[in-house]
Design a protein around this ligand. Structure first.
Ligand code: C2E
Ligand code: MG
Ligand code: MG
Length: 639
C-alpha cells in the first residue's frame, strides 16, 4: 500500500471512530430521555449511522486502492514530491562546488549559493539586489559582453571562459554557463549563472606550456620556442625592412668534460655557460639551448654582417674567462655559425639550417671561431672585425698619419690650399686607405676620436706653415656624417682652434652632401654655429646626394666640391660635362666657390678652367703626401 493510501486509511478510521462515538452518545440520549427532543436525537442517530457507514466505505476504498483511481491519491502524492524536489534542489544548490547566481530580468541578483561566496569573496547580503557587473574585470571588450547577451537571447544559454574580479581585487578566469529561465507563459523571468574557478587549471596549463617550451636544465627557451620566436621576428623584420642574424653556438670539446668529470659537472657547466651568455645580451636578443652543448642566439636588429660577426666575437671572447666548478677551472671554447636574414634565408627553419652548416664550417676551420653561411662574407667580416679591434690600438699607438693633397687655383695654377686626408700606417699591412677603415670607425664610434685627432693635426700643421711664411689660404678637414649632427662637434672644433691658435679663417670643414641632406634642419643649425666660429664650410662629393636646391640656397656654405665621379668623364662624356657645367653655374649663382676633385688629366683641368671652375684637386696636380713632401712651387701648365 502506498504512503498516501495509508494516510487516507488513517483519516477514514478516525472518521469511523468519531462517527461511532457520535452514534453511542445519540443512542444513550435516546434511551434515557424519551421526551419531546426524541425526534432530534433519533435524527442524530441516523446521521451518525450514515457517517459511520461512509467512513467504513472510505476505509474499504483506501484499502482496495479505489482512491488512486479517483485521482485523490495522485494529487496528494504530487504535492509531496514537489516539496521533496525543492528540498533536494536547495541542498544541491548549497552543496555544489560551482558558484550559482540567479538574477531577475532587471539584472538584479536575487540569489547566490555558498560556493559563490567562496569563489568571489562576496557574502550573500553584499550582492543581493546588485548587478553582476560588480564582478567585471575590465579584461573583456564591450563587444565580448554584447555577443554574450546576443547568444543568451537567441539560444537561452551562453557558456564560455570569462575573467572576473574577486572582492579582494584579484582577477581570475572562470568557466561560466548562463541560462535563461522562462515562466509557464514562456516569458524569461530569471537568469541562472553557474560557474567554476578555473585559475588552477590555467596555472597548470601555463606550467605545462613552460615545460614544453623551455629547457629544464638552463631554463632557456628550447628549439620549439626559439623557432617560433625566430619566425615572429622574421615576419616583423620583413615589415620593418630590418636585418636579423642567427648565431648557432657549439662548445668545443664539451664531450671531454662530460666524460672526464662526469655528467653532473657537465650539467653545471652548461648552466653556467647559459647564465654567462644571458648576461651578455640585452633586449632584442633571444638566447636558447637547442640541445646538448648547442645554443642559439637570435639578434632581431642586426642590419650588417659586421654586427653579427662582432656579436659572435663577443660571445667567443666572453666565454674565454674560465668557469670555476667543483674545484676545477674549466676552459670553454665556442664555435659559431652565422646566418643572416634576408640575405641567406627567408624562413626561420632555413636560417637555422644555414647557421648549422656555417657552424660546421667554423668547426672544420679549426674551432674557436665563427663562420658565416656565405664563405666570401666570412673572410670579409673577419677582416672588418679585425680592423675594428686594431683601430683603437692604432690611434693609441700613433699609427695614424695625416697626408695632405694640394688644391690649385685653376686660373693662376698656384697651390692655394690642402686637404687633410687620414692614413693608417699598419705595422704589417703598410699604408691603409681611409676607405677601408673610416666606415668601420663610423660604426664602432671611434670616428669621433679619429676626426678630432686629424683636425688637431691639420690645424697645428697649418699654424706651422703660416709661421714658416707659406702662402696658403686654407687647410680642409673632413667631418664624418656621424659627427656632423652632434652638438659636441661645435665644442670640439672651438677647442682645437683654441688649443692650436689657428686663425679660423684658414680652416675649411668638408661635410658630405648626404650628411647635410640626412636632416637638413639640424644641418642648417649646426652650420650656422660652426660659421660663427669664423671658419669656412664646403659641401664634399657634391652631385651624389640629391640636394634640394631650395635647401642648398639656405645653407651658409662657401664652396661646392664636384664629386670626382663627374670629373672622371670629362671632357668626352656628354652627361658628365653637362652636369659639371650645371654645378658650376649653380655655385656661381649662389655666390659659392667651385672646387673639382679627382682631376687626373690635363684635358679635365682645361675643361674646368674653360667653364670657369675655381679650384682643382687631383693626381694631375699632386697626390696626397706627408706635409714635408708638398711641392709649394708646383704650377702645372693648363693649355
Ligand atoms: P674625399 O674627402 O672626397 O677625399 C678625396 C679622395 O679622393 C681622397 O681619397 C683622395 O686621395 C682621392 N683623390 C684625390 N685626387 C684623386 C684623383 O685624381 N683620382 C682619384 N682616383 N682619387 C683621388 P682618400 O684619401 O682615400 O679618402 C677617401 C675618403 O675618405 C675621403 O673622400 C673622405 O671622405 C674620407 N676621409 C679621408 N680622411 C678623412 C678624415 O680624416 N676624416 C673623415 N671623416 N673622413 C676622411
Ligand atoms: Mg674631402
Ligand atoms: Mg670628395
Amino acid at each position: 500500500m502506498s504512503v498516501s493510501s495509508r494516510d487516507a486509511l488513517r483519516a477514514a478510521l478516525l472518521y469511523f471512530l468519531l462517527s461511532l462515538l457520535w452514534l453511542s452518545i445519540t443512542g444513550y440520549l435516546l434511551s434515557n430521555h424519551l421526551d419531546e427532543s426524541a425526534d432530534v436525537a433519533r435524527w442524530q442517530l441516523v446521521n451518525g449511522g450514515l457517517w459511520t457507514l461512509f467512513s467504513a466505505v472510505l476505509i474499504f476504498a483506501a484499502r482496495s486502492g479505489w482512491l488512486s483511481f479517483l485521482g485523490i491519491d495522485a494529487a496528494v502524492r504530487h504535492r509531496k514530491a514537489d516539496r521533496e524536489r525543492l528540498r533536494q534542489a536547495a541542498a544541491v544548490f548549497d552543496c555544489t562546488r560551482e558558484g550559482v547566481l540567479v538574477s531577475d530580468t532587471k539584472g538584479q541578483i536575487v540569489h547566490v549559493n555558498r560556493a559563490f561566496a567562496e569563489i568571489t569573496g562576496y557574502q550573500k547580503d553584499e550582492v543581493l539586489g546588485r548587478q553582476p557587473s560588480l564582478f567585471k574585470s575590465g579584461h573583456h571588450s564591450k563587444a565580448f559582453y554584447e555577443e554574450m547577451f546576443a547568444t543568451l537571447q537567441s539560444h537561452d544559454e551562453w557558456s564560455g571562459e570569462i575573467w572576473n574580479r574577486r572582492k579582494g581585487g584579484e582577477i581570475y578566469p572562470q568557466w561560466q554557463t548562463i541560462r535563461a529561465v522562462r515562466d509557464e507563459k514562456g516569458r524569461v523571468c530569471h537568469y541562472v549563472a553557474v560557474f567554476s574557478d578555473i585559475s588552477a587549471i590555467k596555472d597548470s596549463e601555463h606550467e605545462l606550456a613552460h615545460l614544453a617550451h623551455h629547457d629544464p636544465l638552463t631554463g632557456l627557451p628550447n628549439r620549439l620556442l626559439f623557432t617560433d620566436r625566430a619566425a615572429q621576428a622574421l615576419a616583423s623584420a620583413q615589415i620593418h625592412k630590418r636585418g636579423c642574424a642567427l648565431l648557432m653556438i657549439d662548445l668545443d670539446h664539451f664531450k671531454i668534460i662530460n666524460d672526464s668529470l662526469g655528467h653532473n659537472v657537465g650539467d653545471q657547466l652548461l648552466k653556467a655557460v647559459a647564465e654567462r651568455l644571458q648576461g651578455m645580451f640585452g633586449p632584442g636578443i633571444t638566447l636558447a639551448r637547442l640541445g646538448g652543448d648547442e645554443f642559439a642566439v637570435l639578434a632581431e636588429s642586426c642590419p650588417q654582417l659586421m654586427q653579427a660577426a662582432a656579436l659572435a666575437q663577443r660571445v667567443i671572447d666572453g666565454l674565454k674567462e674560465p668557469f670555476q666548478l667543483g674545484g676545477h677551472a674549466l676552459f670553454v671554447n665556442a664555435s659559431i655559425g652565422i646566418s643572416l636574414f634576408p640575405s641567406d634565408a627567408l624562413s626561420a627553419e632555413q636560417l637555422l639550417r644555414n647557421a648549422d652548416s656555417a657552424l660546421f664550417k667554423a668547426k672544420s676551420a679549426g674551432r674557436e671561431g665563427y663562420a658565416l653561411y656565405t664563405e666570401e662574407l666570412t673572410a670579409h667580416a673577419q677582416h672588418r672585425v679585425e680592423i675594428a679591434s686594431q683601430l683603437r690600438r692604432a690611434l693609441e699607438q700613433g699609427e695614424l698619419r695625416v697626408y695632405y693633397q694640394p688644391v690649385h687655383d685653376l686660373r693662376s695654377r698656384r697651390l692655394v690650399g690642402v686637404e687633410a686626408l687620414v692614413r693608417w700606417q699598419h705595422p704589417e699591412r703598410g699604408l691603409v686607405a681611409p676607405a677601408e677603415f673610416i666606415p668601420i670607425a663610423e660604426r664602432t664610434g671611434l670616428i669621433a676620436e679619429i676626426d678630432a685627432w686629424v683636425l688637431h693635426q691639420a690645424c697645428a700643421q697649418m699654424c706651422e706653415w703660416l709661421k714658416a711664411g707659406v702662402d696658403l689660404s686654407f687647410v680642409a678637414v673632413n667631418v664624418s656624417s656621424r659627427l656632423f649632427a652632434r652638438r659636441e662637434l661645435f665644442q670640439q672644433v672651438a677647442q682645437v682652434l683654441h688649443d692650436t691658435g689657428l686663425d679660423p679663417a684658414f680652416l675649411e670643414l668638408e661635410v658630405t652632401e648626404s650628411a647635410v641632406m640626412e636632416d637638413p634642419e639640424v644641418a642648417l643649425e649646426q652650420m650656422h654655429r660652426l660659421r660663427e666660429l669664423g671658419l669656412r664650410l664646403a659641401i664634399d662629393d657634391f652631385g651624389t646626394g640629391y640636394s634640394s636646391l631650395l635647401r642648398l640656397k639656405r645653407l651658409p656654405v662657401q664652396k661646392l666640391k664636384i664629386d670626382q665621379g663627374f670629373v672622371a668623364g670629362l671632357p668626352w662624356d656628354e652627361d658628365d660635362a653637362a652636369i659639371v657645367r650645371v654645378i658650376i653655374a649653380l655655385a656661381q649663382s649662389m655666390g659659392m666657390q667651385v672646387h673639382a676633385e679627382g682631376v687626373e688629366q690635363v684635358e679635365q683641368a682645361a675643361f674646368l678652367l674653360d667653364h670657369d671652375c675655381d679650384l682643382g684637386q687631383g693626381y694631375w696636380f699632386g697626390k696626397p703626401v706627408p706635409a714635408p713632401m708638398l711641392d709649394w712651387a708646383n704650377r702645372p701648365q693648363i693649355p
